[in-house]
Write a protein that binds this ligand. Sequence first.
Ligand code: AP5
Ligand code: MG
Length: 200
Amino acid sequence: MRMILLGGPGSGKGTQGEMLAREFGVPRLSTGDALRAAVKGDTELGRKAKPVMESGGLVADEIVLAIVESRLAQQDTAAGFILDGFPRTTAQAVALDAMLQRHGTPPLDVALDLEVKDAELVQRLLLRAQQQGRTDDREEVIRNRIRLYGEETRPLLDYYAAQGKLIAVPGSGAVDDVFRNIVLRLAEAFDKPAPGARLG
Ligand code: AP5
Ligand code: MG
């Protein structure tokens, strides 16, 4: 399974991505997590990314592409992967397609879009701010992340729809219900029995 996760900030990419990674036995690669680790480690890359992330902006394509390329070169992604939060721009999407081709990796199977209304995204992230204190979970920064999602990332829905790879699912409701529905939709798309059926 080679999948990317689309969906606004707080739509559940991390939550569902972890569950899907377990379901399909493939690693989940989050560019946000990788960048936060670089910031925490105070690496050169982290120092570049920090102010951009704190303002809710998008880190430069070449930085993010270097992270993804080195991660996809590792052997554990050979059988598949779930990319969480990448690609986020058309340039990144085009570069990913080219990267897979260059490495002789089969193309993506699915672009999964988690649909959640903006008002709910804000609510979720403000709640998480109280629980975890991620530095970009501040209201004005959240609004900037949502705005940039609309401007830079939403056009990718058309990009992947044109390739026949887009599956859009509701991202609201209970986490387990969202997950079950995703697994069903994937099973339908690939015309196989639902692996999630055993979840009852
Ligand atoms: P990134 O880490 O990718 O953040 P994001 O896209 O803003 O999304 P989040 O991680 O906040 O949310 P999520 O969709 O993973 O949802 P989650 O499961 O956590 O990126 C951070 C920054 O890094 C970017 O702003 C940018 O600066 C930079 N960056 C990263 N990738 C980049 C790229 N490719 N190019 C350029 N820059 C890049 O859920 C959110 C909350 O909701 C949690 O508290 C969760 O418990 C809760 N929740 C989940 N599901 C449900 C549900 N069904 N009902 C109720 N609550 C729920
Ligand atoms: Mg996340």
